[in-house]
Design a protein around this ligand. Structure first.
Ligand SMILES: [Cu+2]
Length: 156
């Protein structure tokens, strides 16, 4: 696992000069991983783009040393109100398709952060795929995704 992570990190830095935000698990290209600043004891989020160049797969779970656990959620608007629902079965990654975990859609929820997440740092999140196995990816902590509105995660 450690050896694989090192190889992936080296490959990512070679392929994307200046960016350590891409990795690969099997046929799945992982890019654009980011998170938001959040206080210790609170919940953080994780967004990432998964491009599946192989057979149908699934994002099953995720974990990180900075949170007690990670859940996969889906945001949706119901009756004009933004809500989130756990997706215990994970996220389908159809063959040849790109699925983005992003604000107002699927996201990782980093439950009960054991330390604050600060803008500019990266947190290691391990993504577990049904077929492609596990890979650890740095999620860059940044204030915004650009036009994306801030989401309220306080109901957790
Ligand atoms: Cu959530």
């Amino acid at each position: 696992m450690i050896r694989r992570t090192l190889i992936l990190a080296a490959a990512a830095s070679t392929l994307l000069a200046g960016s350590a935000l891409a990795a690969k698990a099997g046929a799945i290209d992982i890019s654009g991983a980011w998170s938001r600043p959040a206080p210790a004891g609170g919940n953080g989020v994780g967004y990432v783009v998964l491009a599946n160049g192989g057979k149908a797969d699934r994002l099953l779970a995720a974990s990180t040393p900075v949170a007690g656990r990670v859940e996969i959620h889906e945001s949706m608007v119901m009756g004009g109100k933004a809500m989130m629902h756990p997706r215990p079965r994970g996220v389908d990654l159809p063959a040849g398709k790109t699925v983005a975990l992003k604000p107002e859609g699927f996201h990782l929820m980093l439950i009960k952060l054991n330390r604050p997440l600060k803008v500019g740092e990266s947190v290691a999140v391990t993504l577990k795929f049904e077929k492609a196995g596990s890979v650890t990816v740095p999620f860059k902590v940044q204030a915004t995704a650009g036009a994306a509105p801030a989401m309220d995660h306080s109901h957790h």
